[in-house]
Design a protein around this ligand. Structure first.
Ligand code: DX5
Ligand code: ZN
Length: 221
C-alpha cells in the first residue's frame, strides 16, 4: 500500500489540532509538516513549538520537511518537538552527512531531498545514511504549484538503488501530487505521496486517500 502524507501547509492554521485529527480520521499514514525559514525558501511557516503543540493531539508519524539553511543548527529542537522523520535539502548547507547522522542518533528517521533543478546524482553520497528520500516535483516554498515531470526519472533512479541496496527505503514525492500524478509516481517506484492542496481541496479526503493507497507498490517489492 502506498503511504499518504497530507501536508498541513494547506490546513487551516487557526485549528491545526483539529486538522491533524481530520487527516488521521481520513486514513493518512503520516502528517507532512513543512518548515520554511524565509532564507532557504522565500516563505515562512512553522517551527518546533508548533510541532510540539500538535504532537500532543496525535500519535501519527510526523514527516517533517525542513526547508531551512544549515539544518544542523536545529536538529535537536525538531527531534525533541516530536518529529519521526526529519528530511533536509541536499543543498541546505552545513555538513549534511553529520546532520543526517545526528538525526539518526536522536532516534529520528533521516531523510534527504532535492528541488527539481538539482541533479539526482547529488544524493549519491548520502543514500546509505537515510531511511527516506523525498523527491520534490515543485520548487520548494509554496503549495498549489504544478507537478514537474522531471521527478519521475529521479524516482526511478532512487528505486533502482533501493531495490539493490535498501528495499525498505521510503521514496516519497512532494509537489503537485493529485490522483493522476500520484499514480505516475507510484508506477515509477515511489512508496509515499505528500500532498497539500489536492487532499485538503478534495470533496472527501478519506475517499481520496483510500484511492491513492490502493496504487502499488508492485507485488514483491
Ligand atoms: C512545498 C511543500 C509541499 C506543499 C505541497 O514547498 O514542500 O509539501 O505543501 O503542496 P501541494 O500538494 O499543494 O503542491
Ligand atoms: Zn513538503
Amino acid at each position: 500500500m502506498t503511504k499518504v502524507a497530507p501536508s498541513l501547509l494547506s490546513a487551516d492554521f487557526s485549528m491545526l489540532g483539529d486538522e491533524i485529527k481530520r487527516i488521521e480520521a481520513a486514513g493518512a499514514d503520516w502528517a507532512h509538516l513543512d518548515v520554511m525559514d524565509g532564507a532557504f525558501v522565500p516563505n515562512i511557516t512553522m517551527g518546533p513549538p508548533v510541532i510540539a503543540s500538535i504532537r500532543k493531539v496525535t500519535g501519527m508519524p510526523f514527516d517533517v520537511h525542513l526547508m531551512i539553511q544549515r539544518p544542523e543548527r536545529y536538529v535537536k529542537q525538531f527531534a525533541e518537538a516530536g518529529s519521526d522523520m526529519l528530511t533536509v535539502h541536499v543543498d541546505a548547507g552545513g555538513d549534511i552527512k553529520k546532520t543526517l547522522e545526528d538525526i539518526r542518533d536522536r532516534g529520528v528517521m533521516p531523510g534527504i531531498t532535492l528541488n527539481p533543478g538539482v541533479p539526482v546524482e547529488s544524493l549519491d553520497p548520502y543514500l546509505d545514511l537515510v531511511d527516506l528520500v523525498l523527491i520534490m516535483t515543485v520548487e520548494a516554498g509554496f503549495g498549489g504549484q504544478s507537478f514537474q515531470d522531471v521527478g519521475l526519472s529521479k524516482i526511478a533512479r532512487v528505486r533502482e538503488y533501493a531495490d539493490a541496496q535498501n528495499p525498505r527505503l521510503e521514496i516519497s514525492v512532494d509537489g503537485g501530487i493529485n490522483r493522476e500524478t500520484g499514480r505516475r509516481c507510484v508506477e515509477a517506484g515511489a512508496t509515499a505521496l505528500a500532498a497539500g492542496s489536492s487532499l485538503f481541496g478534495a470533496a472527501d479526503m478519506g475517499r481520496e486517500i483510500a484511492l491513492w493507497k490502493a496504487y502499488g507498490p508492485d507485488a514483491g517489492r
